[in-house]
Design a protein around this ligand. Structure first.
Ligand code: ADP
Ligand code: ASP
Ligand code: MG
Length: 411
């Protein structure tokens, strides 16, 4: 008998039939004697639909009202799931984030969980009920509804599992685990039995949206056993593990992540003097725009070209800021490209293997794909390339690093 936190994503609860199927699954767990706290997402497409409604009225709706609006999606699912459970004779009770009291900061649309009151949930569990919680939402000190950013129900699940000291947090989704890369892009992608937190954190932050990055951070920090599984087919899924598994020989690269949401800007012919980087990036950061990869090249004429990437949504705003900075610094020009993508190879095995980056560059060169920028850390190498080559590049790297399903690596 264990305590599980389950999280069901949008596709898994996308229709009434699927909600009924989730109720069947929960009944099986219940019959095996387990306690269950279930976090649900909005039915698939619902959050986008709500955002669309808001945008049809106002370009930039107030973040507070956006949260009031988009949090309704999860509330629908939680009630329907409780009804499906009750119909099966299983006692269940639903809670919004505010009713649990998932306390967050007040950063509307990207709030962070600060504290969770588990009293209500625990007394329901003791009374033999399944507790169903709306994912993605919380409440701030003043009682305002907040949301946790897209994909935030994963974080609700892991945070509840941490607060309740659950035996495992199980993320049920539309794929049967974490794959070497997005299985919807590379058909030969392989499911991983295990992946380390460190690797999963890199994969999530570099664009693999199978788990929201904050949920992985939470799981690592509070040592929550975390598993990704399919709602539709039974199987072991993927365990996100604290320890590296020494029993199998680790491949050098565990996975490939990619992200189409990037844009690149260059300010050319800036005087190469101390303080220039801060003069260029300072106003961008002040506008709350996150900067990702940065490259600076010095030319023979004592000037420098400075290039960096931002989220594609921030492209126009960043360009405007840079035009202003370019005038102040007497730069030659500002150039931009928002049709780029970032591909990253990730693996803790990189620490003990040389030549990983050059193997990546060779594989891309063999396909005639030009690398625009490079960035590395201890367990990843990222490159920026033209977006039109993204799929070709991911496939080429997947094969070059022996990740294809028909290869025999460690299984
Ligand atoms: P949910 O609605 O259940 O939260 P998401 O759409 O957020 O589901 O996440 C699941 C999707 O993540 C999959 O359908 C898949 O396309 C995508 N994905 C991206 N990278 C990976 C990966 N490395 N392994 C598995 N799925 C991935
Ligand atoms: N419904 C929210 C979204 O679509 C949260 C989630 O599904 O995790 O982003
Ligand atoms: Mg998700």
């Amino acid at each position: 008998m264990a305590l599980f936190v389950h999280k069901y994503g949008g596709t898994s609860v996308g229709t009434v039939e699927r909600i009924e199927a989730v109720a069947d699954k929960l009944q099986t767990f219940r019959q095996a004697g387990h306690d269950l706290v279930v976090v649900v997402s909005a039915m698939s497409g619902e959050t986008n639909r709500l955002i669309g409604l808001a945008k049809s009225i106002q370009d930039q709706p107030a973040p507070r009202e956006m949260d009031v609006l988009v949090s309704t999606g999860e509330q629908v699912t939680m009630a329907l799931l409780c009804m499906a459970l009750e119909r099966r004779g299983i006692a269940a009770r639903s809670y919004t984030g505010g009713q649990v009291r998932i306390l967050t900061d007040s950063a509307h649309t990207k709030a962070r969980i600060q504290d969770i009151d588990v009293v209500n949930i625990q007394s329901d569990l003791q009374a033999g009920r399944i507790v169903v919680v709306a994912g993605f939402q919380g409440v701030d000190e003043q009682g305002n509804i907040t949301t946790l950013g897209r994909g935030g129900s994963d974080t609700t699940g892991v945070a509840l599992a941490a607060a309740l000291k659950a035996d495992e947090c199980q993320i049920y989704t539309d794929v049967d685990g974490v794959y070497t890369t997005d299985p919807r892009v590379v058909e030969t992608a392989r499911r991983l039995d295990r992946i380390t937190f460190e690797e999963m954190l890199e994969m999530a932050s570099l664009g693999s949206k199978v788990l929201q990055i904050r949920s992985v951070e939470f799981a690592g920090k509070y040592k929550v056993p975390l598993r990704v599984l399919s709602s539709f087919v039974d199987g072991p899924g993927t365990l996100i593990s604290v320890e590296e598994d020494d029993t199998v020989e680790k491949p050098v690269i565990s996975g490939i992540a990619f992200n189409r949401d990037e844009a690149k800007l260059t300010i050319r012919g800036v005087p190469d003097v101390p303080g220039v980087a801060s003069r260029i990036l300072g106003p961008v950061s002040k506008a709350n725009i996150e900067i990702d990869v940065i490259v600076q090249n010095v030319a023979a004429d004592q000037t420098t070209d400075f290039t960096f990437t931002v989220h594609r949504n921030d492209f126009d705003a960043t360009r405007q800021i840079l035009e202003q900075t370019a005038q102040e610094l007497g730069a030659r020009e500002v150039a931009g490209d928002n049709k780029i993508a970032k591909i990253s190879i990730v693996g803790v095995g990189m620490r003990s293997h040389a030549g990983v980056a050059s193997k990546m560059f060779d594989a891309l060169a063999a396909e005639n794909i030009n690398i625009l920028m490079i960035s590395t850390s201890e367990i990843k190498v990222s490159v920026i390339i033209a977006e039109k080559y993204l799929e070709l590049a991911v496939r080429a790297l997947h094969t070059a690093f022996n990740l294809d399903a028909n290869e025999t690596v460690s299984e």
